[in-house]
Design a protein around this ligand. Sequence first.
Ligand SMILES: Cc1cc2nc3c(=O)[nH]c(=O)nc-3n(C[C@H](O)[C@H](O)[C@H](O)COP(=O)(O)OP(=O)(O)OC[C@H]3O[C@@H](n4cnc5c(N)ncnc54)[C@H](O)[C@@H]3O)c2cc1C
Ligand SMILES: NC(=O)c1ccc[n+]([C@@H]2O[C@H](COP(=O)([O-])OP(=O)(O)OC[C@H]3O[C@@H](n4cnc5c(N)ncnc54)[C@H](O)[C@@H]3O)[C@@H](O)[C@H]2O)c1
Length: 456
Amino acid sequence: MNRRFDAIIVGAGQAGPPLANRLTRAGRSVALVERKLFGGTCVNTGCMPTKTLVASARAAHMARRAADFGVVLTGTVGIDMARVKARADTVIANARHGVRTWLDGMDGCTVIEGHAQFEDAHTLRVGDERLAAPQIFLNVGGRAAVPDMPGLHGIPYLTNTSILGLDRVPAHLLIVGGSYIGLEYAQMYRRFGARVTVLEKGPQLIGREDADVSTAVRGILEGEGIDIRTGVAELAFAGAGETLAVTLDGERLACSHVLVAVGRVPNTDDLGLDQAGVATDARGYITVDDELRTNVPGIWALGDCNGRGAFTHTAYNDFEMVAADLLDGEHRKLSERVSGYALYIDPPLGRVGINEAQARERGRPFLVGKRPMSRVGRAVERDETQGFMKVIIDADTKAILGAAILGIEGDEAIHGIIDMMSVDATATQLQHTVPIHPTVSELLPTLIAEVHAPGG
Ligand SMILES: Cc1cc2nc3c(=O)[nH]c(=O)nc-3n(C[C@H](O)[C@H](O)[C@H](O)COP(=O)(O)OP(=O)(O)OC[C@H]3O[C@@H](n4cnc5c(N)ncnc54)[C@H](O)[C@@H]3O)c2cc1C
Ligand SMILES: NC(=O)c1ccc[n+]([C@@H]2O[C@H](COP(=O)([O-])OP(=O)(O)OC[C@H]3O[C@@H](n4cnc5c(N)ncnc54)[C@H](O)[C@@H]3O)[C@@H](O)[C@H]2O)c1
């Protein structure tokens, strides 16, 4: 069957559904095609399940620390992993159902379940159907990268998707990759009671961050008993069931489970992009311009699949930019986006802009301010003083270049800086704000007041 629409959206991730909503409200007919789970990665296998599990892990951690606060618990703290999993399953199911119900109730939106593949630049095939439209929006996301490491495909390894099926705490979880996914899972499962080992091939954890941030994160995790090895050479895997082993540098480490967390690949290899002539980069990410247009007129790429962001908020912002461009006559640009993100270990790391190493590469004079969380009243009162906050500003213009807040509420407090950077406010303007006491954010003006030359 052949069907025509004003627009086709492929993927019900973070950008597709809100774009369908805006387009249909503007009177356009839209087909939205989803091949698997409505809500995509964030809802089903990414942010929502992990942050729900992180919350359970934090509850366990704080229960173990109860005596520090004068709270008396009798007996030991136990983990009912089946209930932990059930809680995450419920959060996922509710969110997925919410996306599906929203789309089903959208006037002018036809929801089609199946795998979409291009036949030409304006036609997609989904099963027996051919869908045509002058405008096509790709929101196909990505999936876990599983490299061809020796022996890996012969063992029952886990990815960020399959690990969500665990309803028992592993005896020894070995995690390959020491970045976002690896570290969030490492701390969470350690707090659930597993022995945890992290193997990272780079010289430091979270390789994109400054060495002081990475070292502090490592200290926090090692302090909870996680075994961390960086600079690991090629790994080889063997075993079956829950009797597994990895060999590194001649040493054999036994473990019960292996989680592979070494990055993502875009879902662009089975989309028939060559039939439409849509260009990708060497890693398969769809090439887009500053307004998210591909090289083929009438085709846009939004979210993780364009390689210009790897977060839920960047995917959603892609939707906002495309909708503003097509429906509101505004021309918002990718290059204007202030890039922020957080790593959800506990305490979290909130980040925005460039780091100190990048400021050095920029070759222009800059100033750094740094304050340990042990000198933040709110953190002291809550007896959670690990980490520090750090800001980098341009020495001449006083423009805020970037910041890191590793500490309690760091994922929230960083917005004080994200917001100022988003409106091009200077550090001096931030210094003159009057934040609420007692908060973590109240120290941001003080941090600015204390900036100095790097190393000074
Ligand atoms: C473990 C984990 C934790 C994360 N935590 C965070 C976090 O805390 N904060 C954060 O900001 N980000 C986080 N992320 C990243 C975040 O989940 C992604 O950046 C975000 O979900 C990307 O959204 P998207 O819309 O681009 O793609 P997706 O959400 O991946 O959606 C793409 C959709 O397209 C569908 N699809 C693909 N190909 C086709 C096809 N050919 N036909 C039909 N349908 C197709 C897929 O089934 C999928 O539903 C996390 C990711 C992971 C893996
Ligand atoms: N809090 C968040 O926002 C959040 C949380 C989880 C995931 N995510 C998203 O998911 C994406 C994927 O996360 P990720 O942690 O899998 O990938 P990543 O790309 O951030 O990090 C992969 C890590 O694996 C290491 N590595 C690669 N090959 C290796 C090997 N053979 N042996 C040992 N280490 C190896 C890399 O050096 C790197 O440190 C991220 O880009 C992020 O955007 C975000």
